[in-house]
Each structure stands twice: as C-alpha cells, then as structure tokens.
Design a protein around this ligand. Structure first.
Ligand SMILES: O=C(O)c1ccccc1NCC(=O)[C@H](O)[C@H](O)COP(=O)(O)O
Length: 207
C-alpha cells in the first residue's frame, strides 16, 4: 500500500500549491487560535483555492465549540475533520463528515483505546505527548508503543523529519504520515526543499 502523506500547518497558498505539486495527498489547516499556525477562514479559503483537485483538505481543531466547527465548514471547502483535544466520539461524528482522532501516545494501550472509542473515525493519528501542548511540537515518541495491528488506519506523526521518515515508514508501516515542524523554515512557513526531501524519504521507506 502506498503511504499517504499529509503536510500540516500551512498558512500560505504558495506552500499549499508546492506541497501538492510535490505529491502531498493532503494538507492540514489549523483552526486553533493558540497555535502559531492558526489560520482564519479567509486565509483558509485562499489556501484551498490554490490547490489542484484530489488533494484532501483537513481542518484541525482542539476542543472547539460546535459553532466554530460549523462556521469553518460553512466558510471553507473541508474534506476531513481532525480533532486534537478531548472531544467525545458523539461530538466528532455529529458533523456528518469524515474525521480523524489524534492521540498523544504515552502508553501502549492509548492507540488501541482510541480505536475502540472512535470506531467510525477514518483513522487514528498518533502524536507525541508534550505537557500543555496539543500538537505541532516537533517531538518524536517511542514507535515501539504502537500496536502491531489496529482496526483503523494509523497516521503516524510527531517529530517526523527528513532524517527519520524513511526509518519510520519502514518500521511502523503506517497508512499515512503527517508532518509539520520537520518541513518548516519557521512556524507555519513550509520549506519546498524540505517537503521534497520528506516526500522522497516516505517513498524510500515504503519499498
Ligand atoms: O500544528 C500545530 O500548531 C498544532 C497545534 C495544536 C494541535 C495540533 C497541531 N498540529 C497538528 C498536526 O497534525 C501536526 O502535523 C502533528 O502534531 C505533528 O507535528 P510535528 O511534530 O510538528 O510534525
């Protein structure tokens, strides 16, 4: 199976265009005001408008209100929701859109528990646990904590970079990888050369 690639935390149309040109399958837009990568609905619309067809647009939230998710969905063409907080399953599924649930992995049971709790999620995104932070930390976690088998597609994230992504894909065999900090020149600003090398690393690790 091809390992799908999501580049997360974009804030500029030109980065989205370049990510798509290089072969990213999905881009992530952060709708969380406390993040340095937060985008407004207007910004998001401009980023989405820069994309060719067949690139999945993912909207990220951390414990949002229902009204905020509804406003984003009404204002911008979103394909998939991604929840990074303590959102209940009933809340995640209530938008009648495909969604992923992010888990900050601390123990071997965390990912299995999430798959059991959110059986209708399109995938479980695994990230590093960093106290007080919900994502985009550039921190890796112990991939040995991941289960050998999971009922849902596993999206590996957390501190992935050009230096470790081939090894990560080879070792974990995730359905997809997700990266933010590892392909940035500064927060929210993606580096074309790093994105190209990252995507090449995924392909290298997949063989
Ligand atoms: O990117 C953020 O600032 C962010 C803030 C709050 C919740 C999630 C956030 N990003 C989520 C992502 O999908 C990241 O790609 C993922 O956490 C991995 O980030 P990184 O370790 O920087 O590659």
């Amino acid at each position: 199976m091809t390992t799908r690639i999501k580049i997360c935390g974009l804030t500029r149309p030109e980065d989205a265009r370049e990510a798509a040109r290089l072969g990213a399958d999905a881009i992530g837009l952060v709708f969380y005001p406390k993040s340095p990568r937060n985008v407004s609905i207007e910004q998001a619309r401009a980023i989405v408008a820069a994309l060719p067809p067949f690139v999945t647009v993912v909207a990220l939230f951390v414990n949002p209100t229902r009204e905020w998710v509804d406003e984003v969905l009404a204002g911008c063409a979103i394909d998939l929701l991604q929840f990074h907080g303590e959102e209940e399953p009933v809340f995640c599924r209530s938008f009648h859109r495909p969604y992923m649930k992010a888990v900050r992995v601390r123990t071997a049971g965390d990912v299995l528990d999430a798959a059991r709790q959110y059986p209708d999620a399109r995938g479980i995104l695994t990230d590093a646990f960093v106290e007080g932070m919900h994502g985009g930390t550039g921190t890796r976690f112990d991939w040995g904590l991941l289960p050998q088998q999971l009922s849902l597609p596993l999206v590996l994230s957390g501190g992935l970079s050009v230096d470790n992504v081939a090894e990560a894909v080879h070792e974990v065999r995730p359905a997809a990888v997700d990266v933010s900090s590892g392909v940035e020149s500064s927060k929210g600003i993606k580096d074309a050369a790093l994105m190209a090398a990252f995507i090449a690393g995924v392909k290298h690790g997949s063989v």
